[in-house]
Design a protein around this ligand. Structure first.
Ligand code: ZN
Length: 478
């Protein structure tokens, strides 16, 4: 991402056109950067799909881009054309994982006429809107507000997530494939300003000045906004899972319209719980039954009936082990096989719920994956919390542990909000470069467009009552 500083000498000129030219919508232009025969110009014939009438692969890609741009164009208000320069090109991939694409603000600006906050970085598209002029007029490269790169090989080659290409239809009927329009709506939002330009890993601001985002990020523990923190406080805050929040008034008032009341919770009790008793920080799974107010509660049992290891549950459980977890909540270690396989194995053994223990330090991992035959609720806890549970379970017999787990929801708290109703931002420990801070938390339910992973159940929505993305962008000035 390139960043340029405002040329102060132009300030008087730029003042003239602000605000009054605001329109009911914004125009977004896609500029195709691919050479002949590549990317958007790929001549491979393509059958019409899901309302996308393009007749070549390249045409269909461009139509999907314009469709996503039109959604944002109908939502935003700006007198200034928003320019997205885009290409499809080979990006990092393997047989099992791939970079789908990326986009971000190309330029950032500060102290332009119309800026609501002084000494603060704004993404160019927003800066242009607030200034009411094109701040980089005449510059063909810096005139791009957003630069977007997408993976041209995704799903089409054996070394690039084979069999999982972008779905190029416009109707969201993507099945198991990656819905390109959804990915684009997400990536364009980053480019429009759904990101901080401050480093979340070091806490250092770009050029020692905050981003507009940092005026709204609030840490529940430090009880400070990011603009009022030191670098080390911000770096610590970026790891404060569940307590890094968005304080903007728009998201705060809109959140009850979008998110469900009831945040997933785990409470441990029972005569043998000892110091393990109490509430836990958890993450949830993208498969299995969602937690609800009708709690799942039972004895907590590890998936092996001897030793101190809880086991991996990557294979069907032994008969004795199955007896131990039957009708119980099973404790399983992360690793070796997918979360969904573990869940299915303990479900087949009769478990009514599963708790996955992280195998590396840090916060409870979000449990990705899919298996529609998993019908029990599945959650995760951190390695440290898992060790606490294992200590409590070490005194168990073959059929009883004296430790109970209550998997439920905290009915007074929205799924994806803190106890004060502020939206939680993604703040895993360890830090995840490219994901931490500049997304909503994965615990949000229903799923939000701006979670770090694209969920299959997203609608092509950026506004209320389905989604909070535009509410957040309005908080920063859109
Ligand atoms: Zn993202």
């Amino acid at each position: 991402m390139k960043k340029s500083e405002f040329l102060g000498a132009l300030a008087g000129v730029l003042l003239a056109a602000s605000v009054l030219q605001a329109q009911a919508a914004a125009t977004i232009v896609i500029q195709n950067l691919n050479a002949a025969g590549e990317g958007f110009n790929d001549p491979t014939p393509a059958a019409p799909v899901g309302g996308n009438a393009g007749t070549t692969l390249g045409q269909q890609r461009l139509i999907a881009f314009q469709t996503a741009a039109n959604v944002w164009g109908a939502t935003l208000t700006s007198s200034q054309t928003i320019v997205i320069r885009a290409s499809f090109e080979p990006l990092t991939c393997t047989a099992t994982s791939a970079v789908l694409g990326s986009a971000g603000a190309w330029n950032i600006w500060r102290d332009f006429a119309g800026a609501a906050k002084v000494n603060t970085w704004y993404p160019q598209a927003l800066a242009n809107k607030l200034a009411g002029v094109n701040l980089s007029a005449g510059d063909p490269v810096d005139g791009q507000d957003i630069r977007a790169r997408f993976n041209s090989r995704l799903g089409l080659f054996a070394d690039c997530l084979p069999g999982s290409p972008f779905y190029l239809g416009l109707d969201n009927n993507h099945g198991p494939n990656v819905d390109l329009v959804t990915v684009l709506l997400h990536e364009f939002a980053h480019g429009l300003g759904f990101q901080t330009f401050t480093s979340g890993s070091s806490g250092a601001q770009f050029d020692n000045r905050p981003s507009i985002w940092d005026h709204y990020i609030y840490d529940d523990t430090a009880k400070l906004l990011w603009v009022d923190m030191t670098n080390s406080q911000r770096a610590e805050s970026a790891l404060n899972t569940g307590k890094l929040t968005w304080s903007g008034a728009g998201v705060l008032t809109s959140l009850p319209t979008v998110l469900s009341l009831g945040t997933p919770s785990l409470t441990i009790g029972g005569p043998a719980a000892g110091s393990a008793a109490g509430p836990y920080n958890i993450s949830t799974a993208s498969f299995g039954a969602p937690l609800s107010s009708s709690a799942v509660t039972s004895t907590l049992m590890p998936v092996v009936d001897t030793g101190t290891s809880t086991g991996l549950a990557c294979n069907p459980l032994s008969a004795a082990n199955a007896l131990a977890v039957n009708g119980r909540i099973a404790l399983v270690d992360r690793g070796t096989c997918t979360f969904a396989i573990k869940a299915k194995n303990v479900q087949n053994a009769g478990a009514i719920g599963a708790i996955v223990v992280n195998n590396v330090a840090g916060s409870a991992p979000a449990l990705g994956g899919a298996d529609p035959t998993v019908t029990i609720p599945v959650i995760s806890v951190s390695l440290a919390d898992g060790n606490l549970l294992k200590t409590a379970l070490s005194k168990r017999t073959r059929t009883s542990s004296g430790v109970t787990a209550l998997m439920s929801v905290n009915a007074s708290q929205y799924a994806g909000a803190d106890i004060f109703g502020r939206a939680r931002l993604f703040a895993p420990n360890p830090f995840q470069s490219g994901s931490s801070v500049s997304h909503f938390d994965t615990i949000a339910f229903p799923n939000l467009l701006m979670e770090p992973a694209i969920n299959g159940d997203l609608l092509h929505a950026v506004t209320l009552p389905q989604d909070l993305t535009f509410a957040l962008l309005k908080d920063i000035g859109w």
